[in-house]
Design a binder for this molecule. Structure first.
Ligand SMILES: Nc1nc2c(ncn2[C@@H]2O[C@H](COP(=O)(O)OP(=O)(O)OP(=O)(O)O)[C@@H](O)[C@H]2O)c(=O)[nH]1
Length: 203
């Protein structure tokens, strides 16, 4: 049987607790949104295959817990990631200030040359905005990475952000990556149950 995809890319979302990492992944993978907040415990992933430059790219998107107490578990997953998405909440200045710490954590734990992307989430909450777009634009420029403002709630820029990261990885790899390159700790596991558990089942 023909392979259902040309490339498998592993992406990882990091950022403070509550910025909307899980919601962004759910919007991207399932086109859904829930206002209820259940903090992620440990790590989880979802899958969606997208078409980029005529190639079928299977994206395995890993969700990390933002809480400090899970740091040892979550940083162990940085190494196998081909792309890391740093998320802050545009209504929460502290989550933006902490991006510098998350950048440092990437430097310490991820593979050299990992593609990075900055997202300012919850851009549907304009009235509560604390972080100006220009500040984030500047930070992204300083680090030489792309930046989008997104809303997991309204869908704004969610597909665009994931696709742009996947495209950058594809271009960087020259389309040479095989399906099982950079294997993450549980890449042979196909499904994970919902948030709040870190249990995966064999696919
Ligand atoms: N208005 C609005 N609310 C959002 C958006 N994204 C997430 N939220 C809300 O923010 C809260 C936290 O979202 P999560 O996705 O669970 O946050 P997280 O970053 O995964 O948090 P941890 O698992 O603790 O690291 C939830 O109540 C969501 O409904 C968004 O784009 N707009």
């Amino acid at each position: 049987m023909a392979k259902a995809y040309d490339h498998l890319f592993k992406l990882l979302l990091i950022g403070d607790s509550g910025v909307g990492k899980t919601c962004l992944i759910i919007r991207f993978a399932e086109d859904n949104f829930n206002n209820t907040y259940i903090s992620t415990i440990g790590i989880d992933f979802k899958i969606r295959t997208v078409d980029i430059e005529g190639k079928k790219i299977k994206l395995q998107v890993w969700d990390t817990a933002g809480q400090e107490r899970f740091k040892t578990i979550t940083t162990a997953y940085y190494r196998g990631a081909m792309g890391i998405i740093l998320v802050y909440d545009i209504t929460d200045e502290k989550s933006f200030e902490n991006i510098q710490n998350w950048m440092k954590s990437i430097k310490e734990n991820a593979s050299a040359g990992v593609e990075r992307l900055l997202l300012g989430n919850k851009c549907d909450m304009e009235a509560k905005r604390k972080v100006q777009k220009e500040q984030a634009d500047k930070l992204a420029r300083e680090h030489g990475i792309r930046f989008f403002e997104t809303s997991a709630k309204s869908s704004m820029n969610v597909d665009e952000a994931f696709s742009s990261l996947a495209r950058d990885i594809l271009l960087k790899s020259g389309g040479r990556r095989s399906g099982n390159g950079n294997k993450p700790p549980s890449t042979d596991l196909k499904t994970c149950d919902k948030k709040n558990t870190n249990k995966c089942s064999l696919g």
